[in-house]
Design a protein around this ligand. Structure first.
Ligand code: EPU
Length: 337
């Protein structure tokens, strides 16, 4: 059932922990409620806030925040090998990963411990340790605020890319995600190629689902700050995709610069923004109540009491230093409002 709050402080609803207020916050359950909202007094300005792990509020939000709270999980099909599950937008992402591991279902274990709601996962195609949400998502169901209809998009129609999807492009400001369908499998398919994953999995006795989940959780917690302890939104910047000539120039000066191929475009490659920030001398940099995390330079943190503007200023300073040092532009992954 719908709940409405007026002039609500958002500090506990964003992982940066910044204290800004929204004029209206509506927690909704289903498409019918959205139809009633958009069919009558259509909000002029609105934004969907899931678990608030990728949004930075920098001022009073003079509009309506919509948060899905529906969190049912339903198995749609099970042929003994593959299982298709429908999960509503308000379900916790890591709760879904834990459930899949308990059930012996492969496909999303490398995405363990990512702070997110299920509804937010397809928007930026969350990814980590060689896996992305798009590898398992088959359908995304959304409410279209123009037609007031529920629409289903297939994986291809979602146009997923690195931290990209149609929901950040044409459907931005149009779609409100209601549910996601994922195909998981009982056939083991360990994906251990990224960084230290294989070492950590072997240390736990081999590639079982549970060991992989535990290994990933351990790697993440050794590098990434817990937002409940230190406000942050995971990676603040995206890893930049650059022309190969830029990489070649970088490698002349820094032969160890990490870089990854971009499968869809052989002329370009991806650099590690965390490495660039680190090499620009900013890992652990602190400016008052904000700073660059001392174990993963891609993460900006709120040491307590920061305003969104403080984080934005730090981000601008970091991006400028990376530009001055390497001539590479880095841009935020986080939505700044
Ligand atoms: N590196 C440094 N210094 C740093 C950080 C990284 O030298 O301070 C180097 C690492 O040694 C490594 C390379 O940069 O050679 C890449 O680092 P890492 O493997 O930690 O991954 P990342 O590119 O920094 C991305 C995702 C993370 C995800 C990890 C693991 C983005 C924007 N970030 O980070 O996602 O957990 O890979 O797959 O793509 C998130 O989006 O919030 C997030 C945490």
């Amino acid at each position: 059932m719908k709940r409405i709050y007026n002039d609500l402080n958002l500090a506990s609803r964003n992982s940066f922990g910044v204290s800004e207020t929204a004029r209206v916050v509506i927690e909704f359950d289903c498409a019918e409620e959205l139809k009633a909202i958009f069919g009558s007094e259509r909000p002029q300005k609105w934004y969907v806030l899931g678990a608030g792990n990728n949004t930075l509020f920098t001022q009073y939000y003079d509009g309506t925040i919509l948060t899905p709270v529906c969190s049912n999980r339903t198995i749609l099909s099970d042929d003994g090998v593959d299982v298709v599950v429908r999960v509503e937008a308000g379900h916790d992402w890591d709760g879904l990963v834990e459930w899949s591991v308990e059930q012996g279902l492969w496909g999303i274990e490398n995405l363990s411990s990512i702070p997110s709601s299920v509804g937010a996962a397809p928007v930026q195609n969350i990814g980590a340790y060689g896996a992305e949400a798009k590898d398992a998502i088959t359908v995304v169901e959304y409410f279209d605020t123009r037609s007031l209809e529920v629409v289903r998009l297939t994986n291809e129609e979602c146009r997923f890319g690195y931290r990209e999807s149609i929901f950040k492009q044409e459907l931005k400001g149009v779609a409100i995600i209601l549910a996601v369908e994922l195909k998981l499998s009982r056939t083991p398919r360990p994906n251990l190629g990224y960084g230290d994953v294989i070492k950590e999995v072997e240390a736990r006795g081999g590639a079982t689902l549970r060991n992989i989940r535990e290994a990933i959780c351990a790697i993440r917690s050794s590098k990434l700050p817990d937002p409940k302890v230190l406000g942050n939104a995971g990676s603040f910047f995206k890893n930049p995709i650059v022309e190969r000539s830029v990489l070649e120039r970088l490698l002349e000066r820094y032969p160890d610069a990490p870089n990854y191929p971009v499968t869809s475009d052989e002329g370009r490659c991806k650099l590690a923004a965390g490495w660039l920030i680190d090499r620009a001398g900013l890992k652990g940099w602190r400016d008052g109540c904000v700073g660059v995390h001392d174990r993963q330079a891609l993460v900006l943190v709120n040491y307590g009491g920061a305003k969104g503007g403080d984080v934005v200023r730090l981000a601008g300073f970091v991006a400028q230093r990376v530009m001055d040092e390497f001539g590479v532009e880095i841009s935020p992954e986080v939505n700044v409002l």
